[in-house]
Design a protein around this ligand. Structure first.
Ligand SMILES: C[S@@+](CC[C@H](N)C(=O)[O-])C[C@H]1O[C@@H](n2cnc3c(N)ncnc32)[C@H](O)[C@@H]1O
Length: 292
């Protein structure tokens, strides 16, 4: 890795800013919403059977936009049943946005929210010390890149599933532009202990190796990265940071690496050109893991 480059995650407000822009420029949340509409009702159809309350754990929930859509499907299946939710999220900025979202959303009266300003491994320690709670649904949406030891983390969260509980994981898919980019440039970008370049395919392999019963779903998605190619464009710079997980990539990357990445970002392994726009392949996969 080039010494002048540092991980985007080391600057939380720039990370949050570039993530928001990524959401605006991509169909990331729309494709998740489609999955939630079409598939989630079936996934949650038996998680609360015979239970007086349903426990949900969100890991890396961000500002909660997707979480609230998930709750609406649980509420539709189990009207009036109390939902207790623990949210594990290390960014105070994201927790604040989540709380603001809850405050202005009607229909959440039967949901008890508890936020834990922690990373997943800090939460793991807390649980091991003093909690016996089991969960009917655990979700880890676009966050497993940020844990140090994915197989161990998966085993730990699977151990928290109640009977009939489900673990929902969403990550970029092995056929996405992300995968192409990471395979080629991972070793030259600030891959450090803050971020791992893993895809849903890698996670599915880990689950199979552990004999965990799971099912995978494709979530086609794209992202308009045209602005990345406009010199001096502020949004383009933020998107580039998000794509490379590098803080101020355009300013700090060596010329050679920048040129190579620019070239590849436009190539068919990563993107296609439609109506003069460069459209990056942001395909995701959802994995639903059953309790043992
Ligand atoms: C790409 S965002 C996804 C947010 C949300 N799940 C969504 O899909 O909109 C990743 C989230 O994981 C959180 N995060 C980063 N490292 C984490 C860790 N070690 N444990 C738990 N969450 C983490 C970040 O703060 C951020 O909110």
């Amino acid at each position: 890795m080039e010494p002048a480059m540092r991980s985007l995650l080391s600057d939380n407000s720039r990370y949050v800013e570039s993530f928001r822009l990524f959401l605006q420029n991509s169909t990331e949340h729309q494709c998740m919403q489609e999955f939630i509409e079409s598939r989630l009702p079936d996934v949650v159809s038996s998680i609360g059977d015979g239970k007086s309350a349903i426990n949900v754990l969100g890991v890396g929930s961000g500002s909660g936009e997707i979480d609230l859509q998930i709750f609406s499907k649980i509420q539709a299946r189990y009207p009036g049943v109390t939902i207790n939710t623990d949210i594990v999220e290390p960014s105070s900025e994201q927790i604040l946005s989540y709380k603001e979202r809850v405050a202005k959303t009607p229909g959440l009266e039967n949901i008890n929210f508890t936020w834990h300003k922690k990373t997943s491994s800090e939460f793991e320690l807390q649980v091991k010390e003093k909690s016996e709670r089991k969960y009917d649904l655990i979700h880890m949406i676009q966050m497993l890149y940020y844990v140090k030891d994915v197989p161990t983390t998966l085993r730990f969260f699977r151990s928290l599933l109640a009977p009939d509980g489900k673990l929902l994981i969403i990550l970029v898919s092995g056929n996405s532009g992300w995968s192409t980019l990471w395979k080629k440039y991972g070793s030259r970008l600030p891959l450090n202990d803050l971020c791992l370049y893993i895809t849903a395919g890698d996670v599915a392999d880990m689950l199979s190796a552990d004999g965990a019963k799971h099912q995978c779903y494709d979530l086609p998605s794209d992202m308009d990265i045209t602005e990345c190619f406009i010199d001096g464009d502020k949004n383009g710079d933020l998107l580039l940071d998000f794509l490379t997980e590098t803080c101020e990539f355009n300013k700090n990357a060596p010329c050679e690496l920048r040129e190579e990445i620019f070239q590849d970002l436009k190539s068919p392994g990563c993107s296609s050109v439609k109506n003069e726009k460069v459209i990056f392949n942001n395909n995701l996969s959802a994995i639903v893991v059953e309790s043992d």
